[in-house]
Ligand binder design. Structure first.
Ligand SMILES: CC(C)(COP(=O)(O)OP(=O)(O)OC[C@H]1O[C@@H](n2cnc3c(N)ncnc32)[C@H](O)[C@@H]1OP(=O)(O)O)[C@@H](O)C(=O)NCCC(=O)NCCS
Length: 371
């Protein structure tokens, strides 16, 4: 059995949970976010559930070779829980945690995870994983802040209360890793969105699924989309659920282009094929027919380009257009993209044909350009 002596964790203390924590545990766990992202926890969560956890689950976890710590604040009040599962058949560990709603966004989880990770490594655990629901951005940020590397997605690995299976993002740290906090290559927008008062850009989320599907269903909208083979609702849902996680992983940004006054989804703008090594990425977009002819996509691309060049390490953006798609080419020209080349037969077309592509690029002005 692992030792259960208290461990200092910055301003907090990791100590074994006690029966006297029951009321706080019950209040903390009866929370919609916890219910959403910890689907094995009872919901609603009652005092009896807390007592069962404290008198049965906690002792069993220690007995099986795992650890279950309360995260206590300076007054010894419980503000969360962090646990290490018993080693799996390969000797590896997995950490899980929750923080009371009233104690979130104060670094509680990150401090606890860092501490229990170092403690477990010092006891010979070679590798520790954290598994977070693909939409649980808070938990994914905790993993990165605690030096855990994103290793990919476990598809459909988590069973939910409604019977659906959802993706888990896997993070891990090895005992030999440096363990510094991992800074995402692509920061989130300040306040979650960019806006010029007419157009607002904000990440696609699950709530956009129906509107994004309607957009992708319009043949006029997808007329020039390469590889579009008709909309697939489950693919659209997957994309909307995954968008923020892809962003945090530095892979791609999937944005809703929204009518600023109403918030209605007018279109889609993406930053994709992000190559951190080269500091370059591709943009692509589509706009619902009823929003066309008002300069909306020009505004949207401008907002994104300005942010990319100011806030990220990307110094070159490129775009592809169909040779006949003069309107899209006009958007790029208005934002300042330069026509680069006509590439013959670049993309697969219908019935075994190949499609030509007109390519555009925009390079970040050198730092001394404004001086
Ligand atoms: C996920 C959870 C544990 C985070 O706890 P927390 O104490 O608020 O996290 P921290 O304050 O240590 O935050 C660490 C980082 O994550 C960010 N973060 C935390 N919650 C966030 C959220 N909901 N959205 C965006 N970022 C979030 C913090 O801003 C911080 O980032 P920074 O280092 O850039 O400032 C908490 O929200 C929770 O208990 N959720 C329900 C249960 C759960 O999801 N458990 C994990 C299952 S895998």
């Amino acid at each position: 059995m692992l030792p259960s002596d208290p461990i200092p964790a910055g301003p907090f203390l990791l100590r074994p949970p006690m029966e006297s924590d029951a009321h706080v545990v019950a209040r903390a766990c009866d929370d919609p976010v916890t219910a959403r992202f910890l689907p094995l926890m009872p919901s609603p969560y009652r005092l009896a559930d807390a007592m069962f956890y404290l008198t049965e689950v906690v002792p069993a976890a220690w007995k099986a070779g795992g650890a279950e710590f309360a995260i206590a604040d300076a007054r010894d009040d419980l503000v969360g829980v962090v646990g290490l599962k018993p080693p799996d058949r390969l000797g590896n560990g997995e950490i899980g945690y929750w923080v009371a709603p009233w104690a979130r966004a104060r670094g509680v989880a990150a401090a606890a995870v860092r501490t229990i990770t170092a403690w477990a490594f010092s006891r010979g655990v070679p590798r520790i994983e954290i598994l977070a629901n693909v939409e649980n951005i808070g938990s994914q940020k905790v993993a990165l802040a605690s030096g855990y590397r994103n290793e990919g997605v476990l598809r459909g690995a988590e069973l939910h209360r409604d019977g659906s299976r959802q993706d888990l993002v896997q993070f891990a740290r090895l005992a030999g890793d440096q363990g510094d906090a991992i800074k995402p290559y692509l920061p989130f927008f300040p306040g979650g969105e960019l806006s010029d008062g007419v157009v607002t850009l904000s990440p696609l989320t699950y709530a956009d699924t129906a509107d994004f599907f309607a957009l992708a269903e319009d043949p006029e909208v997808t007329q020039y989309s390469v590889g579009a083979s008709g909309p697939d609702l489950s693919a659209v849902e997957h994309r909307c659920r995954s968008a923020l996680s892809w962003w945090l992983a530095g892979q791609r940004i999937e944005l809703g282009v929204r009518d600023a006054p109403t918030g209605a989804l007018a279109g889609h703008l993406q930053l994709t094929f992000v190559q951190a090594e080269l500091g370059q990425a591709m943009i692509g977009y589509m706009l619902a027919t009823r929003y066309r002819g008002r300069g909306i996509m020009t505004r949207a691309v401008r907002l994104l380009v300005d942010w990319v060049f100011q806030e990220t390490g990307i110094g070159r953006l490129y775009a592809s257009t169909d040779p006949d798609n003069l309107v899209s080419q006009r958007v790029l020209q208005r934002v300042g993209f330069t026509h680069e080349a006509l590439v013959k037969g670049l993309f697969p077309g219908p019935d075994g044909t190949r499609l030509d592509d007109v390519q555009w690029s925009l390079v970040k002005p050198p730092p001394h350009a404004d001086a």
